[in-house]
Design a protein around this ligand. Structure first.
Ligand code: HEC
Length: 103
């Protein structure tokens, strides 16, 4: 939805549909590895449960977050540093963190 005369845009980040992800499995992976940085915000990691940390990242789209969590991004190691995680496992962990960071 656009508010205004086409000059400015009001951008809303809608909660992504996470129904296709296994959030229970994602929580296990989060608790085993991602939590080390994403609970305290270590190295500037977006904190789980902190919507303000996550909304600008979500504005890039969920797929973009999957790509950076699989490939790494600055101090975020590829697959959280556990190369044995499959793409789907990393995605489930991202989906879990997003699900906990909404409102
Ligand atoms: C060693 C610390 C560390 C671990 C472990 C870690 N992360 Fe991160 N993560 C970071 C940091 C730091 C950033 C911020 C990177 C930046 O924007 O420069 C980040 C950013 C992210 C982002 C946002 C990426 C973006 O495009 O904005 C996602 C998603 C993410 N991590 C997922 C995960 C998942 C899933 C795991 C566990 C499998 C995990 N992280 C484990 C440090 C970590």
């Amino acid at each position: 939805m656009t508010i205004g005369g086409g000059v400015g845009y009001f951008i809303m980040v809608n909660k992504p549909d996470l129904s296709q992800f296994d959030l229970v499995r994602g929580e296990q992976i989060y608790n085993s590895i991602c939590i080390a940085c994403h609970l305290p915000g270590q190295f500037g990691a977006p904190k789980v449960g902190n919507h303000a940390d996550w909304s600008p990242r979500l504005a890039k789209g969920l797929d973009s977050l999957f790509i950076s969590s699989i490939n790494g991004l600055n101090d975020m190691p590829p697959r959280g540093g556990n190369a044995s995680l499959s793409d789907d496992e990393v995605k489930n962990a991202v989906a879990f963190m997003v699900s906990k960071s909404w409102w």
